[in-house]
Write a protein of this length. Structure first.
Length: 255
């Protein structure tokens, strides 16, 4: 299935490895900062699935090695990963970590220049995204917030969804890099909308988990029949997501 574009959504199977002889895309210099449980698989997929030149930094040398073993280049610092990159990506645990790496001494902002783009893949706070975005804009540097959904399994398989906020032209220019580690890249709108979409996604997941827990407790009160219902009927309904198919479109019409 070929990738398709429409309404800001780009979907398709993860692209195969492209050989240097058939390279149909511009080689992009990527600085990747934070290669832990989520960042590591995403970074490795960029290296494996494209010819982009990837420089990697993390506080854990073993995590960096999993990327350099595939062809990435180790950076000595955040500054080293930032300088010379066309696109700088961060994937970090908490908003405070993103703030420190992006805005702190020796961070991304202090070392990035005109013609470069900053993209944060972390699950961040909308207020922090706006704070960081404003600081970068003051220096003339575009930023995209691009949190991901799909967990470590999706990150490994390059099937994660990326919800992106920011200027559409900047999004389009960054798309070849984002597609190298995601099968579903969605432009949500202005800066910050990617983060809002991700938090809404998390909220829905937590509500589903809480509802499912309550349902299992109630079904367990009904013995063996409840057990059969729990594993057979509920499993089918969850997989087919009929509730969402029926109710989500009408909810949007009311909003």
């Amino acid at each position: 299935m070929q990738a398709q574009k429409g309404d800001g959504i780009v979907t398709g199977r993860p692209k195969p490895v492209v050989s240097a002889g058939n390279l149909a895309e511009e080689i992009v210099k990527v600085g990747f900062i934070g290669v832990g449980n989520m960042g590591g698989p995403m970074c490795r997929n960029i290296i494996k699935r494209s010819n982009h030149q990837v420089t990697v930094f993390d506080l854990n040398p073993a995590a960096v090695k999993t990327c350099t073993d595939l062809g990435g280049t180790a950076a000595k610092s955040v500054a080293d990963a930032t300088k010379g990159a066309d696109i700088v990506l961060t994937s970090l645990p908490m908003p405070k970590d993103v703030e420190k790496v992006a805005l702190g001494d020796g961070g991304v902002l202090a070392n990035i220049g005109k013609g470069q783009t900053y993209i944060d893949l972390s699950t961040n706070a909308p207020s922090m995204v706006q704070k960081i975005g404003a600081a970068f804009a003051a220096k003339g540097i575009p930023m995209l917030d691009a949190p991901v959904s799909g967990g470590t399994t999706g990150a490994e398989a390059a099937t994660i969804a990326i919800m992106v906020g920011g200027d559409k032209k900047v999004f389009d220019d960054a798309l070849p890099v984002l597609q190298s580690f995601s099968a579903n890249v969605i432009h949500m709108g202005e800066l910050g909308t990617g983060t809002v979409a991700k938090l809404c996604n998390n909220m829905l997941a937590f509500c589903n988990a809480a509802g499912t827990d309550r349902m299992v407790v109630d079904l367990d009160r009904h013995g063996r029949e409840g057990e059969a219902y729990r594993f057979d009927v509920v499993g089918v309904l969850v997989r087919e997501r009929r509730v969402y198919v029926r109710h989500v479109p009408s909810a949007f019409q009311l909003s």
